[in-house]
Design a protein around this ligand. Sequence first.
Ligand code: XIL
Length: 368
Amino acid sequence: MNRRELLGGAALACVGLNGLAQTQAAVGLDGLARTSGRHFGFAVGPGYADKEPVKDLLRQHAGVITAENAMKWRSIENLFGVPDYTQADRVSAIAAGLNAQLRGHTLAWHQSTPARFVNATGEMFVQAQTSHLQALVSRYRGRIHTWDVLNEVIDADQPSGMRESVLSRLWGADRYPELFELTRVADPHAKLAYNDYGMEQDEPWCEHRRSAALHLLEAWVKRKVPVDVMGLQAHLDLSRRFSAARMLAFFDELSALGLTIQITELDVRDHTATTDLAARDAAVAALYSDFMDACMSHPAVEMVVMWNVTDADSWINRWSQGQRRPDGQPMRPTLFDDQGQPKRAFDAVAASLRQARVKFDKKAGNHV
Ligand code: XIL
């Protein structure tokens, strides 16, 4: 049991009702998550993770660190195709300093495939992707809790259900299982995840994506592909409906395949909400509550990771192609405002973690 677990257990054991708010702040979100056998954390870049207020928020709340960009192929490789692991090493050191688990993100993704492969032959690419994967996984061998081996290959609009991209063209969609096999050999202790978006909410296109994902994962499990985890990005959006029942039915199907579930990139876009700040924050918090309560009621959910820490460093507010609010205001997608102060979303998530009705079942996901 580490310091954070001890603190969490002791503080929860002696808390009275009015001490609850204070205790939540003292225990931190990861401490609360641990009471149901889960982990809680954040995706960060080395630049802002080292600065206040993010540094202190991570110290209080992070039990998991994901490298937001630093472990992506495009970030590692310089213009001449030479790998430079400086930034990735910094994120790994941040996780170690926090005594937090490290999530590796991501080994194969069409958006992080270096541009030099646009006109490459399949043979050249397979060789380069293989050596990149082997070098990266071996470098952090024994340090990584879970690798996102493959990211975002579902496209429910294609008859095959699979995205057409540089990766499907040069690596080949039928060969995706080999990525998992290579990773397992390079680090036998890391859990291996397939990670994707758009499967959490109650819209017809999300339903199609859920079906396509189940179809793919069923086939992989049948072939004994070493995939352990479904990573659900959970970039939620206030303009979309949410149904806990629909999402939990999907979770049941994933866990029936022997997979655990990790929420890997949680945030909430509020581009359609009113201009009134209090009303916006209440609406964002309500969606966090509904989503997190559902997650905490499922025994296959083992961790929850936020995509970024404060509204100031959220990718949604940095992302030039992203949706903008009609009033020009930045979005408020994370748990902390741009000064690092907790918002109602923080209270909502803390309450869900504290009230988790069901513990994570360690035996979930033992199919391989
Ligand atoms: C995003 C980063 O947050 C941005 O900084 C970067 O410009 C693009 O990638 N799904 C993923 C993440 O799996 O890797 C993406 O991260 C967000 C969507």
